[in-house]
Design a protein around this ligand. Structure first.
Ligand code: CMX
Length: 437
């Protein structure tokens, strides 16, 4: 057993025992009540699951195992000469709960290289799809197709013990994360570069190799961007739609491939991950309508108003939990200020930030008028030559897989049961109210 897996086993076993004991003693205690608004309103704020890899605070933003993004930027190991954290390090932190050493990160990089053999059938499945198929659809189909070789499903069919579920899930997790950049780059190159694929560079870390295989820019800044991007999009506690969907699917003992594909289906919605594509489309349409790629704040305000008057949302703004600018937005802003301060599109994003929150506040119903993670990413990608907007959510998905799957190892180790919350009918609610008088 490798040392990462052994360390996970030790931690998970201890937490499993402690949790069982805690539940025996305190399982009956109440942590809140559910209101009718919450029943009708997408269960906002209702505590219904355990997700240990990260936790979201409405004002402070995301913390991964207690560490904020600025702390991670400082503490997580970097590539030689690099300034951005390596996503391998965040994965270690999420899985084990400890900031890794450089050596521990190098082990994960090497493991993901060793395990990166995508089944030939997955490429065949992709090649059978029209090149015009949306990249997210291709990505989801590819991930589903790999379920055929799942270690978990194979061992389950052979009669695996419950106590070994985590072990098989760890294997699937490591294999799947290792393969994702290859699958995603394959989709990118077949969709937009006529299948002119770029071989992996074994000298590079996971994110830099992904940047290399995408082939849009030789600039080292693009490799740095991918390291940052794949770190900050990894996890956003368990209640967000992609993580929650993956958790729900996984709770039926579907394997990691099927569960992640479920999560990616959620991510593909415009209110969630697809917003990164929608933001940049919206910015380009705005710039074209205004007739300048240096619009004034007043021109942006007019365009925002026009979008709202058409009954649409402003993509990249608002959040179901956050009530402050998203620290993931800020991290990208700091990156752009350092690497590409003169970038035209990033300047449009910053100018938008000056006027959009006040307009949204003025509507009187938007709970969070601030930019979220998706408001910024496209403008930086465009700077590095990646203007294939429909691919953006795949990048998000590659990153989100690391959080979803690290937690899935924990969910299996903890023996979490089938998820099955209660629904009620509208009639039940009316009956409930009339009985209450
Ligand atoms: N532009 C216009 N109106 C908005 C808005 C925005 N950016 N954000 C919220 N609103 C509206 C809602 O549509 C809702 O209107 P109705 O009452 O008429 O239906 C009202 O304000 C209240 O919504 P809320 O409670 O503030 O927000 P929700 O928790 O319901 O929704 C979110 C959160 C993200 C879906 C919403 O803010 C939105 O649609 N934003 C734009 C899409 C986006 O950027 N999504 C990405 C989120 C990050 C991610 O998951 O990747």
């Amino acid at each position: 057993m490798d040392h990462l897996k052994r360390k996970f086993q030790e931690k998970a076993l201890a937490q499993f025992k402690a949790t069982r004991a805690m539940l025996k003693e305190h399982g009956g205690e109440k942590v809140g009540e559910v209101s009718i608004s919450q029943i009708f309103g997408g269960a906002r704020g209702v505590k219904t699951m355990v997700w240990d890899t990260s936790q979201l605070d409405a004002t402070e933003g995301i913390r991964f195992r207690g560490y904020s993004i600025p702390q991670l930027k400082e503490l997580l190991p970097k590539a030689p000469g690099g300034k951005e954290p390596l996503p391998e390090g965040l994965f270690h932190l999420m899985l084990i709960g400890e900031i890794p050493t450089q050596e521990e990160v190098s082990f994960i990089t090497a493991e993901w290289k060793r395990r990166a053999d995508v089944p030939a059938t997955t490429f065949k499945v992709l090649d059978s799809l029209p090149k015009t198929t949306h990249p997210m659809i291709q990505f989801i189909i590819a991930v589903n197709s790999m379920s055929d070789g799942s270690v978990f499903s194979t061992r389950y069919a052979e009669g695996m013990r419950k106590s070994d579920y985590w072990d098989a899930t760890y294997e699937d997790t490591m294999n799947l994360i290792a393969r994702l950049p290859i699958v995603a780059a394959y989709i990118f190159r077949r969709s937009f570069f006529d299948g002119d694929h770029i071989a992996a560079d074994p000298s590079l870390d996971w994110a830099a190799n992904f940047a290399h295989m995408l082939g849009v820019s030789d600039d080292d800044g693009f490799k740095s961007l991918m390291r940052l991007y794949l770190t900050i999009h990894a996890d956003h506690e368990g209640g967000n739609a992609s993580a929650h969907t993956a958790h729900l699917v996984g709770s039926t003992l579907s394997d990691a491939y099927l569960s992640l594909a479920g999560g990616l289906n959620s991510l593909a919605g415009p209110l969630h991950g697809l917003a990164n594509q929608e933001v940049i489309k919206w910015i380009f349409e705005m710039v074209e309508t205004i007739g300048s790629d240096e619009p004034t704040a007043a021109q942006i305000a007019d365009y925002v108003q026009k979008t709202l008057d058409e009954g649409k949302v402003i993509p990249g703004y608002g959040h179901a939990v956050l009530r402050q600018p998203d620290p993931r937005f800020t991290a990208q802003r700091l990156f752009a200020e350092e690497y590409i301060p003169e970038g035209k599109m990033v300047n449009v994003v910053w100018k938008g930030f000056e006027v959009i929150p006040d307009i949204l506040k003025g509507l009187g119903k938007v709970k969070n008028p601030w930019p979220n993670v998706d408001a910024h990413s496209g403008a930086i990608l465009v700077h590095y030559g990646m203007d294939q907007f429909s691919f953006y959510t795949v990048l998000f998905g590659v990153s989100r897989a690391t959080g979803i799957l690290a937690q899935m190892c924990w969910s299996r180790a903890m023996g979490f049961p089938l998820e099955r919350p209660k629904s009620v009918t509208t009639e039940w609610v009316h009956d409930f109210l009339s009985k209450k008088g």
